[in-house]
Design a binder for this molecule. Structure first.
Ligand code: HEM
Length: 158
């Protein structure tokens, strides 16, 4: 089950990225029309981005605590600090921190879409939040080219 969750966590990254890019394009288009009317399809994309990122977050929290390298089940060599170890610093701190901030932006963007204000303003603020969320995710993902921490682009790939 452990590996299955890592695979799902890996795969959901693509779902989030595709939805996020779509949300960015849609909110950008909406923010450029002064008489824009919030489309229910655009709200749905926001909702699916929210759901997929929250599922990934929950799996991530489980992995961080009890996964293969979980904080609660891993013993670092005596005298070793996780901050001095590139691998653990990334998976225990940098990756969780940046991804959680990204999910906060995705959540805030969706709540903008539900606010009681002109639709063009909802689109404009959501667009900025989605852009920040994407930048944070691109920094947080362990892309294969990243030394020591890089992972496969798809589950089971090497
Ligand atoms: C929501 C956005 C997130 C994305 C897109 C994401 C993406 C990824 C990817 C692509 C991997 C590599 C998986 C593999 O080896 O195949 C990974 C691993 C990992 N992620 Fe995330 N992650 C996210 C959130 C989180 C959060 C919030 C946490 C912790 C609170 C977390 C903790 C971890 C851990 C501990 C691993 C290593 C798992 C292992 O190798 O056993 N992730 N993540």
């Amino acid at each position: 089950m452990q590996l299955g969750l890592v695979h799902l966590h890996n795969l959901l990254r693509w779902v989030i990225l595709i939805l996020l890019v779509t949300a960015i394009v849609k909110t950008y288009i909406g923010s450029k029309k002064s008489n824009a009317v919030l489309l229910s399809a655009d709200k749905k994309i926001g909702l699916f981005t929210l759901i997929s990122s929250h599922i990934t977050l929950l799996i991530g929290i489980y992995q961080l605590l009890l996964g293969r390298f979980g904080i609660l089940v891993t013993e670092l060599p005596a005298g070793e600090s996780f901050m001095k170890n590139r691998f653990f610093r990334f998976y225990w701190m940098e990756h969780p921190l940046l991804t959680i901030l990204s999910v906060v932006c995705i959540t805030a963007a969706y709540s903008q879409l539900k606010k009681n204000k002109p639709d063009v303003q909802k689109y404009a603020v959501a667009f900025k939040l989605y852009l920040v969320a994407l930048a944070l995710l691109l920094l947080a993902i362990p892309w294969p080219f990243r030394a020591d921490i890089g992972r496969a682009l798809l589950p089971g790939m090497h």
